[in-house]
Ligand binder design. Structure first.
Ligand code: FAD
Ligand code: SF4
Ligand code: SF4
Length: 481
């Protein structure tokens, strides 16, 4: 079947409809509606089928984008799903939350003056359709292998690896200290970007395919935790995919006041509330309803906090970022969404002190100006003299980034080599750490990054584990013979 592609000249770009800002503010549901089949077909047919597709080059997974766009344009959705799922373990998740403007869509070479193909939305449509039609099946290995693999962390890196290893027939055991599967997909990222049932159905599929989950099982030396040494003894190989969870602290006068909270504590409490969990008292207090909220930071976590506060019914929500809009690390699309929903941005502003006796009542801040580029090429920021101003605040949320937890100490394994930032050191090609048979992937290796990179690392680490197990088995056979 042939379909005319290259329709970008006659068909304008159209993203799936967004719910109105008023609607969005009232709940935690996703803000984009689904493409109708004819919209997906039409949007996919805008692709010009480049010989060298820069969209694929700039997708961390190297997705075969032009092929699944062509198949979608032809209405061959089951085949499109086959091609899309061959390189991406969770296409419907990436289609929802990849910062496409910085990755595939940002590299789409459609002629200047026309907007890029809506790659993410089509990718999401293909896999959502596949789920609706029962085309997504649990993994079914061709043969069972006796070797078992332990994976620490049920975030996207651990899950992508679990899927690949199970497909090879390994006995796969995933351990996570949380009670649900998904890592930051469930407890970090809010439902308005990724509804939780999307992650839960992946959990069910993996479990149906034979992956064994040990939830509520931390690895470490705390009460009820399983020691790393014991875990190593249980499995033929291990993958560490524990992410990064140590929040960067804020400093300055008053930084210890009550009401100054860490972004991830705040988002986790909100996600748990949406999931219907009963929260402990200290987490109950993490609610913005009726409060003046100030969020510090300009990344995706800060955007998620401000938009969560709006939905919780905050009296006012302000985001303080020390650089300007053009230099913020968060996705521009999310800033726009936040503004539509009623968030006020204070660009080029940084906190000086937090006011209040025991509980925070305000933030004293000063205006900043961009200076000359520093050694990293990034413009420095300096305060503008005499520019101090004060914002009322009953809740201040610090979203200044995350660092890795010190795993070698926490796991009593000094031979597990870490960088000076605390990320685990791995061989670039094999993902093996300094310990034989112990691999690592995702944020714990890269530092805070993106879901799509975690999936890529998990898939590649799984392939290396498979090769290592095979080589190990051959070496043992040779020794015995
Ligand atoms: P994680 O997702 O962090 O999963 C690690 C898992 O390991 C967790 O389940 C944790 O409980 C478990 N674990 C940790 N230590 C132990 C232990 N000792 N024992 C047992 N289990 C343990 N990326 C995007 O691409 N798009 C976005 O829109 C986006 N938004 C984000 C918003 C927020 C608020 C945050 C914080 C991050 C966001 N990211 C986003 C980044 C993305 O979520 C991460 O890059 C990604 O989840 C990393 O995957 P991972 O598997 O390495 O780790
Ligand atoms: Fe784009 Fe992410 Fe999908 Fe790759 S995985 S095509 S970067 S949305
Ligand atoms: Fe199609 Fe754009 Fe990719 Fe070219 S770069 S193949 S036009 S999506």
């Amino acid at each position: 079947m042939t379909t005319k592609m290259l329709k970008f000249v006659s068909v304008p770009q159209k993203q799936p409809e967004k719910r109105t800002a008023a609607d969005r503010r009232a709940d935690f549901d996703e803000i984009y509606t689904d493409f109708k089949p004819e919209q997906a077909t039409e949007q996919a047919s805008r692709c010009s089928q480049c010989g060298v597709p820069f969209c694929s080059v700039h997708c961390p997974l190297g997705n075969n984008i032009p092929d699944w766009l062509m198949l979608t344009a032809q209405g061959r959705l089951e085949e499109a799903y086959g091609v899309s799922s061959a390189t991406n373990t969770f296409p419907e998740i990436c289609g929802r939350i990849c910062p496409q403007d910085r990755l595939c869509e940002g590299s789409c070479v459609i002629e200047p003056g026309f907007e890029s193909v809506t790659i993410g939305a089509v990718e999401r449509f293909i896999t959502d359709t596949a789920f609706e039609n029962g085309w997504v099946k649990p993994v079914a290995p061709l043969r069972e292998r006796t070797e078992s693999i332990g994976i620490v962390g049920a975030g996207p890196a651990g899950l992508a690896a679990a899927d690949q290893l199970r497909a090879q027939g390994y006995q796969v055991h995933v351990y996570d200290r949380y009670d649900r599967v998904g890592g930051l997909l469930v407890y970090g990222i809010p439902g308005f970007k990724l509804e939780k049932h999307i992650v839960a159905r992946r959990h069910e599929l993996l479990a149906e395919g034979g992956v064994v989950f040990h939830l509520g099982q931390g690895i470490g030396s705390g009460a009820g935790e399983l020691s790393f040494a014991e875990l190593r003894g249980r499995h033929n190989a291990l993958l560490i995919a524990t992410g990064v969870y140590k929040s960067r602290a804020i400093g300055g006068p008053g930084a210890g006041l009550a009401g100054i909270e860490k972004a991830l504590d705040y988002l986790t409490a909100s996600n748990r509330r949406s999931l219907g969990d009963v929260l402990p008292d200290e987490a109950q207090a993490l609610d913005a309803a009726g409060k003046n909220v100030v969020v510090l930071g300009g990344g995706d976590t800060a955007m998620d906090c401000v938009r969560t506060a709006i939905r919780q019914g905050a009296r006012s929500v302000r985001c303080l970022y020390r650089r300007d809009r053009a230099n913020m690390p968060g996705s521009t699309r999310e800033v726009k969404n936040a503004e539509e929903e009623g968030v006020q941005f204070e660009w080029l502003a940084a906190p000086e002190a937090f006011l209040g006796d025991t509980h925070v009542t305000g933030v004293r801040a000063s205006r900043m100006k961009l200076g000359l580029p520093d050694a990293s090429g990034r413009q420095s920021v300096e305060p503008l003299e005499g520019s101090t101003f004060t914002l009322d605040a009953d809740l201040v949320i610090a979203a200044l980034g995350f660092d890795p937890e010190p795993l070698p100490q926490l796991w009593d394994e000094p031979a597990l080599a870490a960088s000076r930032w605390g990320t685990l050191k791995v061989d670039q090609k094999s993902f093996m750490t300094s310990l034989p048979g112990v691999f690592a992937a995702g944020d714990i290796v890269r530092g805070a990054s993106l879901v799509v990179w975690a999936i890529k690392d998990g898939r590649e680490a799984a392939q290396s584990i498979h090769e290592w197990i095979k080589a190990d088995a051959m070496a043992r056979t040779a020794e015995q013979g």
